[in-house]
Design a protein around this ligand. Structure first.
Ligand code: GCV
Length: 713
C-alpha cells in the first residue's frame, strides 16, 4: 500500500515537472488543482455513456476518455448504460430519454450545430451533453471540457449554445512546396509529398483543436493558388486530409486558380462565359466530390495582385463567381469570392478600389456565393477603419476575413492579442440601416436575413512544435474560433478561458497576463502606426519600419504613398478635398470622420492630412502626440516584459523562457520602430522631441541602410 502511494506521488511530481512545449495548445487536461473542486468533480462524474459509435461520436468519446481521467486523476470508465454520475453524450435520436430530460425549446434553439448541456435533478444526477447532430454533441463535449479546465461549477448546468455564424474557417496560405506565404511558424503542416499514404499525427490534433473552438472548415492552400492542387494526385491527398477532419465536423475547401482550365485542362481560355470552360469546371467539381463527398467549396482570389480572373476576358467578378457557383450548386458547395482587389491602373486611392468594383455587383451573385471582405480597406494593418463594403451590399452575403498570421504585426516575434482588433471591427457601426447596423450583424447575416454567413482567419499555423511560433499566437487562433461561434463574447472572456486552459488557473498568473494581453494590441499600434498611420513597414517582407521607402514598382506599395508627410503635416486626406474615400461610408459615419475635430484620434491620419502643430483634445500638438504615442508603445512593451517576469514562477520554465526571450526582442524592435519613425518624420516636422521622449539611438541614415534580404515573407 505504502509502495503504491509512493509511486503515485512520484508520478504526480514527474507530471508537474514535465517540460511543456506548447504542442498540446489549450487541450492539456492537467489534473484539477483545487482539492474541493476536484472532489466535487469526482463526485459528479462516474463514467461516460455514449450509446452509438458513429465517426463523430467516436471522436467525442475519445476526447472524453483522454480528458476526464487526466483531469480527475481517476478512472472514468465507459458505461454500457446511463447511471448516476454518467456523462452522456448523444443526440435525442441516439438516446431518446433525452427528450424527457432536456427541454424541446433548448434543442430547437441549438439548431444544426449547437448544443445543450444539462445536469439532471434528482437522486441519480447525470450530465447530458446533447444536440440535434453529432457535430453539435461534439461541440458540447468540448465545451464541457472547457468548463472543467477553467474550473467552473458543474452542479446545475443548463447551457444552450448555437453558433452565430455558419462558415467558421481557417484560410491557409500554404504552398504545395510547403512554404507558407506570410507564415512565421515554420513550414506548412501539410506534408503533401508523403500524403495520402502517410498521415501525420498533427492532422488529428489540428482537427481536435479546431473542433474544440467551433471551427468547421479549412481552406488548405494559398489564395495565390497553384492549379496542381486540382489535379487527381493532389485530390487524393486532399481526400486523405478530409478523412481525418470529417469526424471533427471540419470540411475541406480549396483555393481555386481561375486559369486552371488552361493550366491543367489544356483549354485555350478560362473565360467564364465560354461553354467549354464551364463544362471543364463542372467535370472538375464532379471529380472533386467523387474524392471528397462533403467538399465545402472554393475560395478565389481573382484579378488581384497579378492573379488571373474573369476581368482578363472582359467579364465581371460576378460572372466568374457564378460560373464556379453553378458547378458547385448540385453538391451544395459554396464559392467564397474575395473582395481584396486593387490594380495599379490610374491613380485612384487604393482604399476605394474594392468598393468601386464590388458595390455595382450587389445582387448579381448566385445564391451559393459569399463575398469575403478583409476587415479593413487596405490590408490587415495594426488598425484600420472597417471596410466600406460592410453594409454597402445588402443583397449579397459578406463574410469577414481576418488575419491571424501577423504579417504587419511583428510576425511571430511580437506578443499581440488580436481579439480586441477583431472585436473593434465586429462592433463597428456601419449605420447601413440606421444606428446599430454593426459589422457583426452584416457578417452573421442577421442585418439582411442572409442564409450564408461566415468568418475566416488567415492561419498562423506551421510546423513549429508549438504550432504558431509565438505561444501567444495560439490565443489568436483560439479567439478566431470562439468569436466566430459567438461574437458577443468579450476579449477579456476569451483571454481568460485561453489562459486558464493553456497555462494555469492560478489567479496570480491569469489576472496580470489577461491585462497584459488586452493592452498588447494598442501597445503595438502605438509603437508601429499611432494616430491612424498605416502601411509604413519594410517593402516586400513587411519587416520593421521603412516610412521613407519610395522605390516600389507601384505607388500604392510605397509607405510614402500612405503617410504623405511633408513640411505642412502628415496623413492621407480622404475627405472631399482629397481622395474622397469617405464618400463610401454611410452619411452618419462619413459626417463624423470627415471633420478633423470629430474624427476619432485612432483614425485621424487615415482620413486627414493634419498640420504638425494642430492641437488635439489632449492639448498637445500632433507632433507631440505622435512622439508620446511612440514612446508609450515602447513603455508598454517594457511593462509586458516586467509583468512576464513577475508571473513566470507560476508556470513551467520552458514556456516562460520562450516568451521572455521573444518579449526582449519585441522591446528592441519597438524601440527601433519609435526611433526610426521619429528620426524620419522629424525631418518634415522640424520640431524638437518633447520631454520624456529619448533621442533616436542612431542616425536616420543608419535605419535607412538596414537590409533584411532573408526576412520571412
Ligand atoms: C496571399 C497582402 C499580402 C499577400 C497576400 C495578399 C492577399 O498583399 O502581402 O501576401 O497574398 O495580401 O490577401 O491576397
Amino acid at each position: 500500500m505504502r509502495k503504491l502511494f509512493l509511486l503515485l506521488l512520484l508520478s504526480i511530481a514527474a507530471r508537474s515537472l514535465q517540460a511543456e512545449d506548447g504542442y498540446e495548445l489549450w487541450l492539456r487536461y492537467h489534473r484539477i488543482t483545487g482539492k474541493a473542486l476536484l472532489q466535487d468533480y469526482r463526485d459528479a462524474i462516474s463514467g461516460i455513456y455514449i450509446p452509438v459509435s458513429t465517426p463523430v461520436s467516436t471522436a467525442a468519446r475519445e476526447e472524453l476518455q483522454k480528458a476526464l481521467p487526466a483531469l480527475l486523476d481517476k478512472a472514468v470508465p465507459l458505461q454500457q448504460q446511463a447511471q448516476a454520475g454518467s456523462v452522456i453524450a448523444a443526440t435525442p435520436a441516439q438516446w431518446p430519454a433525452i427528450n424527457s430530460l432536456v427541454p424541446a425549446a433548448s434543442l430547437q434553439q441549438a439548431g444544426a450545430e449547437g448544443f445543450c448541456i444539462y445536469t439532471t435533478t434528482g437522486a441519480d444526477k447525470k450530465i447530458i451533453i446533447t444536440g440535434n447532430t453529432d457535430a453539435g454533441v461534439l461541440y458540447g463535449v468540448f465545451h464541457f471540457l472547457r468548463l472543467l479546465q477553467t474550473q467552473q461549477p458543474i452542479q446545475q448546468l443548463s447551457i444552450v449554445s448555437a453558433p452565430k455564424v455558419r462558415y467558421r474557417l481557417l484560410n491557409h496560405w500554404d504552398n504545395l512546396t510547403r512554404t507558407v506565404e506570410r507564415g512565421y511558424a515554420g513550414m506548412s503542416i501539410w506534408d503533401w509529398h508523403r500524403l495520402p499514404g502517410y498521415i501525420d499525427r498533427r492532422y488529428k490534433d489540428y482537427a481536435r483543436a479546431n473542433a474544440s473552438i467551433g471551427i468547421n472548415g479549412t481552406v488548405l492552400n494559398n489564395v495565390n493558388a497553384n492549379a496542381t492542387i486540382l489535379s487527381k494526385p493532389y485530390l487524393e491527398k486532399v481526400a486523405a486530409l478530409a478523412g481525418v477532419f470529417r469526424p471533427y465536423g471540419i470540411r475541406v475547401y480549396l483555393s481555386a486558380r481561375f486559369s486552371a482550365p488552361i493550366e491543367i485542362g489544356g483549354l485555350k481560355t478560362a473565360d467564364p462565359l465560354d461553354p467549354q470552360v464551364q463544362q471543364w469546371w463542372k467535370e472538375k467539381v464532379k471529380e472533386i466530390y467523387h474524392y471528397i463527398p462533403d467538399f465545402g467549396g472554393f475560395l478565389v482570389k481573382a484579378n488581384s495582385e497579378g492573379q488571373p480572373g474573369p476581368q482578363n476576358y472582359g467579364r465581371s467578378h460576378a460572372d466568374g463567381a457564378n460560373m464556379l457557383a453553378d458547378a458547385l450548386a448540385p453538391y451544395k458547395g459554396i464559392v467564397m469570392w474575395r473582395a481584396f482587389v486593387y490594380d495599379s491602373k490610374g491613380d485612384e486611392d487604393r482604399f476605394k478600389q474594392a468598393y468601386d468594383e464590388f458595390k455595382p455587383l450587389d445582387g448579381r451573385f448566385h445564391d451559393n456565393v459569399v463575398v469575403q471582405v478583409k476587415n479593413g480597406p487596405i490590408d490587415f494593418q495594426p488598425r484600420e477603419p472597417f471596410h466600406p463594403l460592410f453594409g454597402a451590399m445588402p443583397h449579397t452575403p459578406l463574410m469577414l476575413e481576418l488575419q491571424l498570421t501577423q504579417e504587419y504585426l511583428g510576425f511571430a516575434t511580437h506578443l499581440v492579442y488580436l481579439s480586441p482588433l477583431f472585436k473593434e471591427v465586429l462592433e463597428a457601426d456601419t449605420h447601413a440601416k440606421g444606428p446599430g447596423s454593426t459589422v457583426a450583424k452584416v457578417i452573421d447575416g442577421s442585418l439582411e436575413g442572409h442564409a450564408i454567413s461566415g468568418m475566416a482567419g488567415v492561419s498562423n499555423i506551421g510546423s513549429d512544435r508549438n504550432w504558431t511560433g509565438h505561444l501567444f499566437g495560439q490565443a489568436n487562433w483560439y479567439a478566431l474560433g470562439r468569436l466566430a461561434w459567438d461574437h458577443t463574447l468579450t476579449s477579456a472572456q476569451v483571454a481568460d478561458e485561453w489562459l486558464r486552459q493553456t497555462f494555469t488557473n492560478d489567479a496570480r498568473f491569469v489576472t496580470p497576463v489577461q491585462q497584459m494581453m488586452l493592452a498588447s494590441r494598442e501597445t503595438l499600434v502605438n509603437y508601429m502606426t499611432p494616430l491612424g498611420l498605416h502601411h509604413i513597414m519594410g517593402y516586400g517582407h513587411h519587416y520593421g519600419p521603412a516610412p521613407w521607402y519610395d522605390k516600389a514598382p507601384r505607388a500604392d506599395w510605397n509607405p510614402v504613398y500612405f503617410h504623405r508627410a511633408d513640411s505642412t503635416g502628415i496623413g492621407f486626406d480622404r475627405t472631399a478635398s482629397g481622395s474622397n474615400a469617405l464618400a463610401q461610408y454611410a452619411p452618419a459615419v462619413r459626417k463624423q470622420w470627415e471633420n478633423m475635430r470629430t474624427c476619432p484620434e485612432a483614425y485621424l491620419l487615415w482620413f486627414h492630412h493634419v498640420p504638425w502643430q494642430y492641437r488635439l483634445p489632449s492639448g498637445r500638438t500632433l507632433w507631440e502626440e505622435l512622439c508620446y504615442k511612440y514612446q508609450a508603445g515602447v513603455q508598454g512593451v517594457q511593462q509586458m516584459a516586467d509583468t512576464w517576469q513577475q508571473v513566470s514562477p507560476y508556470i513551467d520554465e520552458e514556456r516562460a523562457e520562450q516568451v521572455r526571450m521573444l518579449l526582449a526582442i519585441q522591446l528592441e524592435e519597438a524601440a527601433w520602430w519609435r526611433d526610426a519613425c521619429l528620426a524620419y518624420f522629424r525631418t518634415f516636422a522640424k520640431l524638437p522631441l518633447p520631454q520624456g521622449v529619448p533621442a533616436p539611438a542612431h542616425t536616420l541614415e543608419y535605419y535607412r541602410e538596414l537590409r533584411f534580404p532573408y526576412a520571412p515573407h
